[in-house]
Structures are given as structure tokens and as C-alpha cells.
Design a binder for this molecule. Structure first.
Ligand code: F0G
Length: 456
């Protein structure tokens, strides 16, 4: 087989700067050892997130010129609505400025204090939005999902038994809806099978509990279903996506991922009463329902981007990149989450740095070493992001200590990835010198964004 190439050529370039190791040490110190506080221009390859960092296509840029900036009922809105409806088959469509705005509206309108929201794994903003209104976010990930070495094809699945138990324990009245996050970002970008979506939906149906899909990476999930699930070989990705959404009552979406746009999101639902409550809050928080916090040109770019994310050749190239990276890392013996996820390579920092206890944040150790050695910016998904405090104020560790190297869509070429592999190799060879960290400043919600670290 020939090399899988990028299915595009580059028309516009953006320079990147490589500062010296000495300068990087100084920059990290200024950022209080938290890479979120670095200046982006001091990062030569920025893998902090795949969110809003993608490159738009010529068709998207062209569509932006067609942006209709009318306050109400613009042509761009019509195009956006038609596209989202075509992919999801869902009735009511509300644009939002990004995914967390959709989550905030859903949580504020549907969750009462003490309510329980099951999910395979909540993303941090989803959890924060639920907890902010007094809800309890519970993760019911399947067993394989927490074993980083397990190579099951659908490690993002929810455990149906745990879902049954959760409903039996709390009762239907306490569960206004359940969620499924496709792909499961925090568990390694692992997909959810169609079978699991159907099983979860049928359990929820018996108890009259609606299913909400967190659809940020729905097209990547559709691609995995096509590659790995029986009966979906050769099916167009749009058909698979339609089927996924046919089991959902509502969905939240960040178009900064599989919308291939730099900003945007949506909240959609079938139920008219839910729609009414969403509309009311949308107008207060985001904007008139036909633009919801976005410019007409953003709606245009998203309408094109959503369809481009469902192009098979694009997904083949994207997943080849992730596999290329993970295969090289496996060859070097670096512990990673297997199999390759959809949008990122995940390093297993707990296994990489066994000399650092969880509450000295091995993930931060790896993230900071990657920055110092090569100017690479990754992100910790471990005890800093997901660990919390128990009722007595004791800090609890997260079950996994991962480092995510998220791949912006259509941005970096193979030589960038080869450089990245060289940097990881250096960090891996010198792992014994990596220190643990302690937190010297933190906030109550989403502390990882702003906290300060010192080495211990
Ligand atoms: N749900 C999932 C699964 C996500 O990954 C994200 C964002 C959101 C919801 C929220 O969307 O950023 O548009 O408000 N994830 C980004 C990331 C930030 O880096 O993984 P948003």
C-alpha cells in the first residue's frame, strides 16, 4: 500500500518560531509551570487542543464571504439549520458560541439540585456546568475504558449494567437525562459503538429518560464505527452519523472539533418543551435564536465544515496520522493509551513516571518536560484536571494520569510529527530526572486552566 497523504495542499502558511531550551525554561517559569499560561508564540508545536485550532478549507473561506449578518432569519442561519438537520434529523436547532454554552443552557434548564447525570465520561466543562447548578455528574465507563493497555475496539462505551444500577439507586425522578460522549475525549478519544448507543437508549427508554449525545467528535466516531463494527463497512459516514443521532433526543456540540471551524457550537433537541426553555435562555445568554452568539460568516463556515468532517478521505488521513504517532511511540516502548484514539495520542504518565506519586502530578511532569525539551505544548488529563476533594477536604487522585497530545485538524505535516516523536524519545530516555509538582494557587472550578505549580 502507498503512503496515505494529506488530502489537501497548503495555500496559506503561518510561521512558527523555535525558541531555545534556555528561553523555554524561562518562559515556563514565568507561566508558573502551567503550560496554559504560556504565550502561544513560545510553543513551536501546539498540541494543547484540537478545539478551534484546525485549518479551514478554501470552500469554508469562500462560504464566509457569503455570511449574511442579518440579526434575524439570515440566509446563513438557514444553511446552518438545514445542514445540522440533514446530519442529525433532530427538530429544534440552536446555535451557540461554543460547546460549553450549549451545556450551560441544557444544565440550567433541565437540572435541579441533587439530580444525577450519567455519562460514559463527562468532559471537564460538562461536569462543571452540571455541578454549577447543583447536579451530580457520574461516569459509567465500561471496564476496558480504564485499562490503558486494553485494545478493545470501543473503549468509549458506557457500561449498561452500571447504568441500570445508577437508575435503580437514584430513581428516574433524579435523572433528567443521560449523556454519551462520542468519542470519549477524556478516556483517550475512544469511540462508542452503535450497539452501545442502542443498548443505552433502550435502557433509558424503559425508564423514560432522554438521551443527550455530546457530539463534539461525531464524525470521528462514525469513522471508527465504519472501520470496526460489523455491518457498517462501506457505509457513507453521513449515514452512520444519521443513525447515531436517530437514537438521541438531544445533543450538545462544539463545532470547534468536527465542525472544522474556529468557533461555534449548537444545542439541538426533539422535545418542544425543552426547545421552549432552551430558546428563552439562549436569547438572554447567547443571542437571537437564528444566530445564537455567532456571526453569519461563522454559521457558513460550520455548515461547510460539518460536511467536510464526514468526508471519508479526510478521516482516513486523520486517523492515519494518529496511528503513525502511536505506532512509533509503541516501538520506543513509551506507555500510551491503546488503541489509537480519534483526535490525539495519549501518553500514560503514571506508567512513564512510576517514581512520582499521583498527587505530585506525573502528567504535569511529562507535559513540562515536553515543553522544555522541544517546545511542544500538551495537556495533563489526570489528577489536576479530574482529581477533586472529598467531603473532608482531602485531595483525591484521578484513576488515570494521562498526557494528551491533541492534533489540530489539517494543520501539522508529517515532519512536525517526526520532530514530536524525537522530542518524546528524549523525554522518555531522561524520565528519571523529571520532578513531581505541587499546586501553590488554584480556583474552585476548572483549576487546571489557571493554577500555579512548583517542583517538589
Ligand atoms: N465536550 C467535549 C467532549 C469536549 O471535548 C469539549 C471541549 C466540550 C464538550 C466543550 O466544548 O470547548 O466548545 O466549549 N474540548 C476541548 C478540548 C476544549 O481541548 O478537548 P467547547
Amino acid at each position: 500500500m502507498k503512503t496515505i497523504i494529506e488530502p489537501f495542499r497548503i495555500k496559506t502558511t503561518e510561521p512558527i518560531k523555535i525558541i531555545s531550551r534556555k528561553e523555554r525554561i524561562k518562559a515556563l517559569k514565568r507561566a508558573r509551570n502551567n503550560v496554559f499560561l504560556l504565550d502561544a508564540e513560545d510553543c513551536c508545536i501546539d498540541l494543547l487542543t484540537d478545539s478551534g485550532t484546525g485549518a479551514m478549507s478554501t470552500k469554508q473561506w469562500a462560504a464566509m464571504m457569503l455570511g449574511d449578518e442579518s440579526y434575524a432569519g439570515s440566509k446563513s442561519w438557514k444553511k446552518f439549520e438545514r445542514t445540522v438537520q440533514n446530519i442529525t434529523g433532530i427538530k429544534h436547532i440552536f446555535p451557540t458560541h461554543q460547546g460549553r454554552a450549549a451545556e450551560g443552557i441544557l444544565a440550567s434548564t433541565q437540572i435541579k439540585k441533587g439530580d444525577v447525570i450519567p455519562n460514559n465520561s463527562h468532559f471537564d466543562t460538562t461536569r462543571a456546568n452540571i455541578e454549577f447548578v447543583g447536579g451530580i455528574a457520574v461516569n459509567l465507563l465500561c471496564k476496558e475504558g480504564t485499562d490503558t493497555g486494553d485494545i478493545s475496539p470501543f473503549k468509549g462505551n458506557m457500561d449498561p449494567e452500571k447504568l441500570e444500577q445508577c437508575i435503580a439507586e437514584h430513581g428516574r425522578e433524579k435523572i433528567p437525562f443521560a449523556m454519551l460522549t462520542v468519542t470519549n475525549n477524556t478516556g483517550g478519544g475512544q469511540p462508542v459503538s452503535m450497539e452501545n448507543i442502542k443498548t443505552v437508549k433502550s435502557i433509558l427508554n424503559t425508564h423514560h429518560i432522554p438521551l443527550v449525545i455530546d457530539a463534539c467528535r461525531f464524525a470521528e466516531n462514525a469513522y471508527f464505527i465504519r472501520q470496526r463494527e460489523k455491518g457498517y463497512e462501506n457505509r457513507p459516514l453521513i449515514d452512520i452519523a444519521k443513525e447515531m443521532f436517530s437514537h438521541a433526543d438531544a445533543a450538545t456540540m462544539s463545532c470547534k472539533k468536527d465542525g472544522l471551524a474556529n468557533i461555534g457550537g449548537f444545542l439541538i433537541c426533539n422535545d418542544d418543551t425543552w426547545a421552549e426553555s432552551f430558546r428563552n435562555l439562549l436569547i438572554i445568554r447567547e443571542g437571537f435564536p437564528t444566530y445564537g452568539g455567532l456571526a453569519g460568516r461563522d454559521l457558513e463556515a460550520i455548515a461547510v465544515g460539518l460536511m467536510e468532517a464526514l468526508e471519508y478521505d479526510y478521516q482516513v488521513y486523520r486517523q492515519a496520522t494518529v496511528r503513525y504517532m502511536t505506532r512509533k511511540l509503541e516501538e520506543m516502548g513509551v506507555p500510551i493509551v491503546r488503541p489509537a484514539g480519534g483526535h490525539a495520542a495519549f501518553l500514560d504518565a503514571k506508567k512513564m513516571l512510576p517514581h512520582i506519586p499521583a498527587l505530585q502530578y506525573p502528567g504535569i511532569g511529562v507535559v513540562n518536560a515536553l515543553y522544555i525539551e522541544g517546545g511542544i505544548r500538551g495537556v495533563e488529563l489526570g489528577s489536576v484536571m479530574f482529581g477533586g476533594f472529598d467531603a473532608d477536604g482531602n485531595e483525591a487522585a484521578s484513576p488515570l494520569e494521562l498526557v494528551r497530545l491533541a492534533f489540530p485538524r489539517r494543520v501539522y505535516t508529517q515532519s512536525h510529527f517526526d520532530y514530536l516523536i524525537e522530542v518524546i524519545k528524549e523525554v522518555w530516555q531522561n524520565k528519571a530526572d523529571i520532578p513531581g509538582y505541587k499546586i501553590t494557587y488554584q480556583t474552585r472550578f476548572l483549576r487546571h486552566f489557571t493554577c500555579h505549580f512548583e517542583t517538589v
